[in-house]
Design a protein around this ligand. Structure first.
Ligand code: B12
Ligand code: SF4
Ligand code: SF4
Length: 239
């Protein structure tokens, strides 16, 4: 991707997906939560795909004591990259933790515009190469005038998947309608000894990109955080 300076640096850091968007070309509902300033012109989205990022995260000194090791590592790596690749740019990190509570950067929507995201029945993005084994790591608003990245062209793997093993592998039938019944999924994950507490059998059953599937420590790390979020949501509902 020639439009991102020092792409090799980011690839090596495990932030191996990069896309430069022109802010003026983004849909209004994607721009709205960002509260853009007049000098801001571009959004640089960094994502990881496959296993390298987690290897780099674990290699951080004291990684096991860091509360949010992936975010901490990703932001540090992005700041180091910005300092070297775009030293004169005015930059604002809007993801992670860049916006006030309750406002989200529309990451999956941006992924769709970049050509990375095709929606699966279980609501994660998928592409033909990495399967669903990718996630968004850092979104940066800048005043740069880099060449915008052309969207990646790729087919939607689910359209050619007639067996759809993700749907049949979901033990709570949360995907039976062809798309996620989030409440059914949540109830199942919160049951004692649920097989879905720290794993998603539907995601694991997908045959696309299996060579890039996270190792079990990364799967469990991500699932622990989302399970904790679900436990907080359930407690709020009961309060
Ligand atoms: C809130 C949230 C959750 C909540 C969702 C439930 C809820 N009641 O809100 C919980 C905690 C359950 C969750 C879980 C997970 N999440 Co989540 N989540 C988010 C978050 C922070 C915000 C989504 C949101 O509310 N957007 C606002 C609303 C208004 O937007 P929306 O357009 O209505 O919704 C869009 C998406 O959010 C999606 N969607 C809608 N409902 C659900 C439900 C689930 C479970 C998911 C994954 C997506 C999803 O569909 C829309 C597509 O455009 C995004 C990050 C972001 N900033 O987008 C990550 C995000 C969607 N999650 C992500 C991931 C990876 C996960 C987990 C796999 C983490 C894990 N390892 O366990 C699990 C999913 C497995 C499962 N079955 O539980 C990734 C998806 C990456 C990808 N390849 O597509 C994101 C983009 C974060 C990231 N940094 O990349 N998540
Ligand atoms: S199993 Fe088939 S339908 Fe399900 S996510 Fe994978 S490719 Fe898509
Ligand atoms: S976590 Fe479990 S219940 Fe939720 S979609 Fe995945 S397999 Fe289905």
């Amino acid at each position: 991707m020639a439009s991102v300076p020092m792409q090799q640096y980011l690839d090596d850091a495990g932030l191996n997906r990069q896309h430069v968007f022109a802010l003026e070309q983004l849909p209004a509902e994607v721009r709205a939560p960002l509260e853009l300033q007049p000098h801001e012109r571009q959004l640089i989205l960094l994502a990881h795909a496959g296993r390298r990022l987690w290897q780099r995260v674990q290699a951080q000194p004291g990684a096991e004591a860091i509360a949010h090791p992936i975010d901490t590592y990703s932001v540090d790596a992005a700041r180091r990259w910005l300092a070297q690749a775009l030293p004169r740019a005015r930059c604002r990190i809007v993801y992670p933790n860049g916006l006030p509570a309750g406002r989200h950067v529309a990451l999956q929507r941006l992924g769709g515009l970049a050509g990375w995201h095709h929606a699966t029945p279980f609501m994660l993005g998928i592409d033909a190469h990495y399967g669903s084994w990718f996630a968004y790591r850092v979104a940066i608003i800048t005043d740069t005038a880099l060449p915008p990245t052309p969207p990646r062209q790729g087919s939607h793997p689910c359209l050619g998947c007639s067996a759809k093993p993700c749907i049949s592998s979901c033990p709570s039938q949360a995907l039976a309608s062809g798309t996620l019944d989030a409440m059914s999924c949540q109830r199942h994950r919160l049951q004692p000894d649920s097989v879905c507490a720290l794993d998603c059998p539907a995601r694991t059953a997908c045959p696309v990109g299996t060579g890039h599937r996270y190792d079990s420590s990364q799967i469990r790390h991500g699932a622990r955080a989302s399970l904790a979020a679900l436990q907080r949501l359930a407690a709020e509902r009961e309060a």
